[in-house]
Write a new protein. Structure first.
Length: 114
């Protein structure tokens, strides 16, 4: 946990937060950020502790890994192979889009809105 410092502004003690310290996150980290922001108690607590950016980066990493793993498992289980891609590209694209949509729904429910 990060040590917080404070400064006085008039009669108030204000925490020194660095607003320029932006996390390196992608789609899923951004979705998690929006979810946490909508639930102010969690968001404010993590922001004050200094753990928000690390949490968002970790969620983004986990979500991307889970997407890759689920997509590979589902495509193997459903027989969506390179052979299908060579034979019928349209069917392959349709099947892969379906798989990616289902995998993303699982990731969002299990990681983002958890």
């Amino acid at each position: 946990m990060q040590e917080l410092t404070y400064h006085w502004e008039g009669d108030y003690l204000i925490p020194d937060l660095d607003p320029l310290e932006a996390p390196r996150i992608g789609k899923y980290g951004t979705m998690r950020h929006k979810y946490l922001r909508d639930h102010r108690g969690i968001f404010d607590g993590m922001l004050l502790e200094g753990s928000l950016n690390a949490h968002l980066e970790e969620i983004d990493r986990q979500a991307n890994e889970m997407m890759e793993r689920l997509t590979a498992q589902m495509s193997q289980a459903e027989g969506v192979t390179e052979q299908l891609k060579a034979q019928d590209q349209t069917a392959w694209v349709r099947a892969m889009n379906n798989i990616k949509n289902r995998a993303e729904e699982i990731v969002i429910n299990d990681l983002i809105f958890a």
